[in-house]
Design a protein around this ligand. Structure first.
Ligand SMILES: Nc1ncnc2c1ncn2[C@@H]1O[C@H](COP(=O)(O)OP(=O)(O)OP(=O)(O)O)[C@@H](O)[C@H]1O
Length: 256
């Protein structure tokens, strides 16, 4: 298995009963590549992410991460090995503060907390507080440090969730519609954050806002009816007649 590809997806399919949701998907992703994934509602984009994170097992095909076959590896092991996702919906501990949520992630990353949702003896590790504060400052969210998650707006919560994903220092970050449901200023914040992510971090991003995803991605993958309809450099995909056809009338026309 070639290891210059951080991720190799080989002839993967997923069926639920008799429903073939994903069919024969193959894709190779290089370290540091930014892959945009688009396609109409129900095309199978989130299901595809679920296969990559181990939340679902493929019905057929194989997935390799850094040359290792991870097809049957459970989700928590994949996360530990660097495949980290954010969800379409927030996945935070709502009664805790931003800082506490961040400390939980840092504690887990450094292997201090055996029980991930408990801040065990955290005060014994001032370095974790320093690291959390550095991250909050770096990403311009220090002013939210002591805010309780449930008191933040939906968009603010999603910003924090992405920050937590970044804090895990993943090798692959999977973002499922990171700007969905956000105000313009919240969207601008996220887009700015995404552009500032380290260039060696591999990003895969499902996004309905085509301007955002075409601007950010090195390569686009268009899923349609469970298969790859088109794939390649953003400009090539933007000009692809088949891709334009599926977007015509959707309100998301591809404007060259
Ligand atoms: N566990 C499941 N059992 C049965 N069908 C499922 C399951 N999960 C997803 N599906 C179906 O698979 C299809 C693809 O869903 P998926 O959420 O992957 O699409 P999507 O491209 O992410 O859509 P959207 O853009 O609306 O989020 C849908 O028809 C969905 O109903």
């Amino acid at each position: 298995m070639r290891t210059d590809h951080i991720l190799t997806i080989s002839r993967v399919g997923k069926s639920f009963g008799g429903l073939h949701i994903l069919k024969d998907i193959s894709l190779e992703v290089k370290k540091g590549e930014r892959i945009g994934i688009i396609g109409p509602n129900g095309a199978g984009k989130t299901t595809f992410f679920n296969l990559l994170t181990g939340d679902l097992e493929p019905s057929v095909g194989e997935i390799y991460h850094d040359g290792h076959n991870i097809t049957k590896q459970p989700n928590y092991k994949r996360a530990r090995n660097g495949i980290v996702r954010t969800f379409q919906k927030n996945n935070l501990l709502n009664e805790l503060t931003v800082l506490e949520n961040l400390l939980l992630v840092l504690q887990r990353k450094q292997g201090f907390g055996k029980v991930w949702y408990q801040l065990r003896n955290i005060k014994k590790y001032p370095r974790l507080y320093e690291e959390a504060d550095e991250l909050l400052k770096k990403w311009g969210l220090f002013y939210q440090r002591n805010a309780v998650i449930k008191n933040l707006s939906y968009g603010e919560q999603r910003q924090i969730e992405i920050l937590l994903g970044v804090a895990m220092e993943p090798s692959i970050l999977l973002l499922d519609e990171p700007t969905a449901g956000m105000s313009q200023s919240e969207t601008d914040y996220i887009v700015n954050l995404l552009y500032k992510l380290p260039r060696d971090l591999t990003l895969m991003i499902i996004e309905h806002d085509l301007d955002i995803v075409f601007g950010l991605a090195d390569r686009m993958v268009v899923l349609y009816d469970g298969g790859v309809l088109a794939e390649g450099e953003p400009e090539k995909v933007r000009a692809d007649e088949r891709v334009n056809k599926i977007y015509i009338g959707s309100g998301d026309e591809l404007v060259c």
